[in-house]
Structures are given as structure tokens and as C-alpha cells.
Design a protein around this ligand. Structure first.
Ligand SMILES: CC(C)(COP(=O)(O)OP(=O)(O)OC[C@H]1O[C@@H](n2cnc3c(N)ncnc32)[C@H](O)[C@@H]1OP(=O)(O)O)[C@@H](O)C(=O)NCCC(=O)NCCS
Length: 169
């Protein structure tokens, strides 16, 4: 277990490495999966994305992690906690991207719940957000199932986004 950051019922989350490049490209290089993102990533851009994550681990101790299915040990997606600047406030965002072969199984919601738990217990963060485009119904459903609520709508990185928020009292 020591290589893993956190565990949920069906999933293990660990740090991403450059060995994950092919698995990540199946997600980030796929036009359908990335239809609500500005573009798909090629190998070079994916490698740079991994580098940015490795830097996040160094700078903050967290970032986007690899999500591994316990049953079969497959790489099914990425999910994690990223510091985002939203209207000049530094927020902790839970984000997720899954291989479409594994959509609809509740895995993104489960991974996001694990990350939210980690943010509150290990990082001591009371407020977690998710930046979600209104059209992204699957992602909104994941957020809503986990208790996040729309706080406001902002123009962010070229698109309208809902700021979904959960705050622990
Ligand atoms: C968002 C994403 C991670 C969800 O992954 P997932 O593992 O299928 O998520 P879950 O199974 O936990 O839940 C998905 C929910 O959305 C619902 N859903 C899926 N597509 C939908 C659609 N087009 N309209 C409405 N609801 C939809 C599912 O029915 C499910 O809800 P339910 O649990 O109430 O049945 C996946 O669609 C993905 O990787 N998308 C591309 C990347 C992305 O957009 N990331 C989020 C950026 S904000």
C-alpha cells in the first residue's frame, strides 16, 4: 500500500509517472473524451502535462493522480487535487478524466470522494471546488452526487464555467 496515496472501495490512487503516458493518451488524446476541452493532446503535450504534474507533487505534495482499478490493476483514469486561480483566489479543485471504456460505473464519483476526503483530513482544506462547463452533464452529475453545489458562473480559460463548491463546517 505504501506507494498509494489513497484507497477507496474499488480504486487505488498513486502518483503519475512517465510510464503512464500511453494510458493517459487514451484519455487525453481521444476526441470524444476531450470534446468539451480546447483540444486533444499529442504525445509531446502529454509528456509536458506529466512534467507539470510532477512539479505539482514537488511544490504542493499533491496534484493529479493515477486511478487504478483494484480488480485487474488497470489504469482507468486520473483524478486529483490541483491549486487553481479563480478570480484571483487560490482554490483547491478536484478534477477527473476517465478512459471511456470505464464510464458509467461510478468510478469518477468514487475517486473524487476519496480525493475530497484526503483534502479535508490530510491537507486540512475546508473548501473544495470543481470548475465545470454547463454542457458537461456527466461531470456535473459526479459533482452533485458528491454534494457540491453551484456557487457562481465565471468565464475561465476561454469558456463559461460553473464553480461547484463544497465547504466543511
Ligand atoms: C466526467 C467523467 C470523468 C465521468 O466519469 P464516469 O466514471 O462515467 O462517472 P460516474 O460513473 O461516476 O458518474 C457519471 C454520472 O453522469 C451521468 N451521465 C453520464 N453522461 C451523461 C449525460 N450525457 N447526461 C446526463 N448525465 C450523464 C451518469 O449517468 C452518472 O450519473 P449516475 O451515477 O447518477 O447514474 C467522464 O465522463 C470523463 O472522463 N469525461 C471527460 C473528461 C471530463 O470532462 N472531465 C471533467 C472535467 S470538469
Amino acid at each position: 500500500m505504501s506507494d498509494f496515496i489513497l484507497e477507496t472501495e474499488r480504486l487505488l490512487l498513486r502518483r503519475i509517472t512517465h510510464n503512464d503516458l500511453d494510458d493517459l493518451l487514451q484519455i487525453w488524446g481521444d476526441a470524444e473524451t476531450m470534446s468539451l476541452f480546447p483540444k486533444t493532446l499529442n504525445r509531446q503535450e502529454m509528456a509536458e502535462w506529466i512534467d507539470r504534474n510532477l512539479k505539482r507533487y514537488e511544490d504542493f505534495g499533491h496534484g493529479i493522480w493515477a486511478v487504478i482499478l483494484k480488480d485487474g490493476q488497470q489504469f482507468v483514469g486520473d483524478c486529483g487535487l490541483v491549486i487553481q486561480d479563480v478570480e484571483d483566489v487560490q482554490e483547491v479543485e478536484v478534477g477527473y478524466h476517465f478512459n471511456k471504456k470505464f464510464w458509467g460505473l461510478g468510478l469518477a464519483a468514487e475517486a473524487a470522494r476519496g480525493c475530497m476526503e484526503y483534502a479535508s483530513t490530510t491537507l486540512n482544506r475546508r473548501r473544495i471546488i470543481s470548475m465545470i462547463r454547463p454542457e458537461n452533464l456527466a461531470s456535473r452529475r459526479v459533482a452533485e452526487r458528491n454534494g457540491l453545489k453551484i456557487e457562481k458562473e465565471v468565464f475561465w480559460r476561454g469558456y463559461q464555467h460553473y464553480v461547484y463548491v463544497i465547504e466543511k463546517r
